[in-house]
Design a protein around this ligand. Sequence first.
Ligand code: GDP
Length: 209
Amino acid sequence: MEIISATYIKSSPDYGQCPKADRPEYAFIGRSNVGKSSLINMLCNKKALAKTSAAPGKTQLINHFEIISATRDKSGKQEKRPWYLVDLPGYGYAKVSQKQRKSWSAMIEKYILKRENLITLFVLIDSRHEPQLIDLEFINQLGAWSIPFALVFTKADKNKPGATIRNVDAFLNKLRETWEALPPHFITSAIDKNGREEVLEYVGKLNAT
Ligand code: GDP
């Protein structure tokens, strides 16, 4: 799948202000500093589409980008398709108040449970770390809600050889303790663009069904 264009549409303080749900939507979420903005920019081939880390405590917004992508059909004809890519506010800021944490949870819960065009959620995990409770808790909550999601292990270029696979395996093994089937997972780097094709192909496949 090729990205033809990626355009910022709007930032919404709440589910109710999101653009009309008239096309498939894919949202990205993860702990603050996980590399979400860098991944979105890498996927879209645009340097500053998503802004890198907003200061904690700032208004937390749901950011919509319109993507036009193209795939080739069997005869080689190009088929264009519009979809939304959504940058969701991250979790796990050390410095936010209890009140801000609660308002984040309420906003995210409403968006995830109500947004009818949301096809899947990409949950980003920093591949440099051993499994973190905050990520596991968020994923288990998605399971309780029956929300489809995929895992994206970021910053793979930062690891010594072998460390990425070790951390990914440790994470998946943690999930195996409670999950019957594992979600799809991708390993990415915003620096060397690894994983870009795989994530985009996955979106293309879901868009085609
Ligand atoms: P966000 O807060 O999740 O949006 O994270 P950012 O995209 O702002 O990234 C946080 C920091 O990690 C920045 O300093 C990025 O340059 C760095 N970073 C993000 N992705 C990668 C990556 O794939 N490789 C490397 N080496 N650094 C990354």
